[in-house]
Design a protein around this ligand. Structure first.
Ligand SMILES: CC(C)(COP(=O)(O)OP(=O)(O)OC[C@H]1O[C@@H](n2cnc3c(N)ncnc32)[C@H](O)[C@@H]1OP(=O)(O)O)[C@@H](O)C(=O)NCCC(=O)NCCS
Length: 393
């Protein structure tokens, strides 16, 4: 392990990096290269072996994630990869540990990722924190406003679309405060331009939008699925307009495919429960800076209280030990001290923080220790919810 180093990738390493991600994610090498170039080599981190060759890599993406109505700065991790000939020797563990040190050094309080395998990420302090489902709704079942006014989106609409998304996302724990990388995945999924429509609103703004791609399950038939890269609206009336517009695909449309957490306003707006939901992924969060993370999220404005934590974090002694978390008026702070009546590891704290599971549930899973009074105190500050994320990165 002593011979590995971690740093930003250089241009001369592009071919090696493209080969490794191609082999790891079954990309054609040229597509792999395009993906890295679009994502920005400056965001790629590599582990080099003693000979200076690339032994492992990841792509970091800076963004935010909404919890309690506030955007918590996070660095997303994508494209973690080690070449087949180098696997099983600890490279990825070294890569992730070095990455987390970098994130902490940058003053970012949490990190978020979609795991292909859990033990690797758990080992460095990530834990399940939310989910992402694929929802399929028969297009003919969408309802909505008949023949609503919608027009194709232009480049000039993108800031208004982003603003509309942002307003909606801030109400949902786990949704991203998207950065450039994730917006690029909305408008250019896998390098193919998606199509957008907007519902014009008063004063030149927009009331809603949909960004989609069409795909034929059976190449011989023109009947197709309509896959949403994104959908957003400012009000229920805006939502009905967007749904009514999408319903216009019904003559040839099979399913509307969208992604979200366990629920979404669209599902509440449908007349019948004729959709199917398939769990695609559980995403994970790592709290990198305990007081920074506690201060960054929002809390229920009416719920005041305090809980004493005793945190186990082998990677960052700065996080480990006793903290008193005090919440009031929608904000909270963690200060050193307290009785340490709730003992938990840093991963369990991430799951609790995200609202993914209650303190009582964590205790049942053997990830939190404390008496009933301590568990109730933890639940007052960190109530469980249903964090989800429409985006994949
Ligand atoms: C997953 C991957 C990055 C691990 O790299 P690595 O350098 O072999 O990992 P490490 O040696 O540090 O092992 C860390 C842990 O990862 C897990 N892991 C490693 N290889 C794995 C594999 N092939 N399948 C499932 N889990 C694996 C193990 O839990 C391992 O710990 P253990 O050996 O104590 O059980 C590598 O196998 C890879 O590139 N796979 C293809 C791409 C991929 O899945 N990337 C992850 C995207 S989120």
């Amino acid at each position: 392990m002593g011979t590995w180093t971690y740093s930003t990738a250089t241009t001369s390493e592009l071919d090696a990096i493209a080969r490794i991600s191609g082999l790891s994610f079954a990309f054609a090498p040229e597509d792999s290269k395009k993906w890295i170039e679009r994502s920005g080599l400056a965001n790629v981190r590599v582990v080099r072996d003693a000979a200076g060759a690339v032994a492992g890599q990841l792509l970091r993406t800076t963004m935010g994630q909404f919890f309690g109505g506030r955007s918590v700065p996070t660095v997303g991790v994508a494209g973690v990869a080690v070449p087949p000939e180098g696997r099983g020797g600890g490279v990825a563990t070294f890569l992730m540990t070095s990455f987390l040190r970098e994130v902490r050094g940058d003053g970012v309080p949490i990190s978020t990722l979609y795991p292909a395998t859990q033990p690797l990420y758990r080992r460095v302090g990530f834990e399940q924190a939310g989910s992402r489902f694929e929802v399929r709704i028969p297009v003919a079942r969408l309802g909505g406003e008949p023949r609503p006014e919608m027009r194709p989106a232009t480049e000039a609409d993108r800031p208004a679309v982003a603003e509309c998304y942002q307003r909606m996302a801030s109400h949902w724990d786990g949704w991203l405060d998207r950065g450039r990388y994730v917006w690029d995945r909305v408008w250019m999924p896998r390098g193919q331009a998606a199509l957008g429509w907007v519902a014009p609103g008063a004063g030149g703004g927009i009331d809603g939008y949909a960004v989609l791609q069409q795909s034929r399950p059976d190449a011989a038939s023109a009947r197709h699925d309509v896959t949403l890269m994104d959908i957003g609206f400012r009000s229920a009336a805006g939502g009905r307009r967007v749904l009514g517009f999408l319903a216009g695909f019904a003559s040839m449309g099979l399913d509307l495919v969208m992604h979200c957490g366990p629920t979404h306003p669209v599902l509440l707006m449908l007349r019948e429960q004729r959709w199917t939901m398939t769990l695609r992924d559980f995403w994970m969060v790592r709290i990198v800076d305990v007081p920074g993370a506690i201060a960054a999220r929002g809390y229920a404005p009416g719920a005041g209280g305090a809980v004493d934590l005793d945190v186990d974090d082998p990677l960052f002694p700065e996080n480990a030990g006793r903290w008193r978390v005090h919440a009031e008026g929608g904000r909270a702070e963690a200060v050193r001290g307290g009785e340490g009546s709730v003992r938990l590891d840093i991963g369990a704290l991430g799951a609790l923080y995200a609202g993914y599971i209650s303190a009582g549930g964590l205790r049942q899973a053997g990830r939190l220790y404390g008496d009933d009074a301590a568990v109730r105190a933890a639940a007052t500050v960190f109530p469980a919810g249903s964090p989800g994320m429409p985006d994949m990165f």
